[in-house]
Design a protein around this ligand. Sequence first.
Ligand code: GRF
Length: 195
Amino acid sequence: MASGQGSNFEALVRACRGGPLNAEVVQLVVNNPVCGARQRAKRLGIPCQLHDHRDHSLRQDLDRQVAASFAASDVDLVVMAGWMRIVTPVLIAAYPGRLVNIHPSLLPSFRGLDAVGQALAAGVTLTGCTAHLVEEAVDAGPILVQAAVPVLRSDDHGSLAARIQAQEHRILPFAVALAALRLDQTGAATPAIQG
Ligand code: GRF
């Protein structure tokens, strides 16, 4: 699931294709018709479905559509790779323990919008990114993987965001593998990191 540039989406695809992640990205869902993620899906040959949030007055209705399209593709695990909408129990309950989010801070610090700006405003010297399982509270839920990123005195929003994103691309495949390992105990999972 992506709303923006889709660099995390592409990192996951690359981790599966010749990378260490033994999984397949079977589908991308976007909520924005002109997002970069949609172009990347086209270039990478991944089926992409558009579910525009502006077509739904209720968040639950959007989530119902999204969940239905994943069910139709028989997906095991869902990744919110820069999904800029708050998800509801409709989607969370459809993928219990199978819904992973990536957030550009060391949670539980700097939840919500513009976590990079929040970190700069707070003057912290260390921030980072977190991949976690999704629960109802925004940017909460069991942490799977974190990476720390130092804040440099020379940093502005763009430079810090770029360094954090590079780390997001590294940890997201591992988070998918860890989520799969947790599911393994129920015999339901397939993806795994090799080597
Ligand atoms: C990422 O930094 C993610 O943490 C945040 O949105 C950004 C998405 O970037 N939630 P991209 O679309 O994957 O390039």
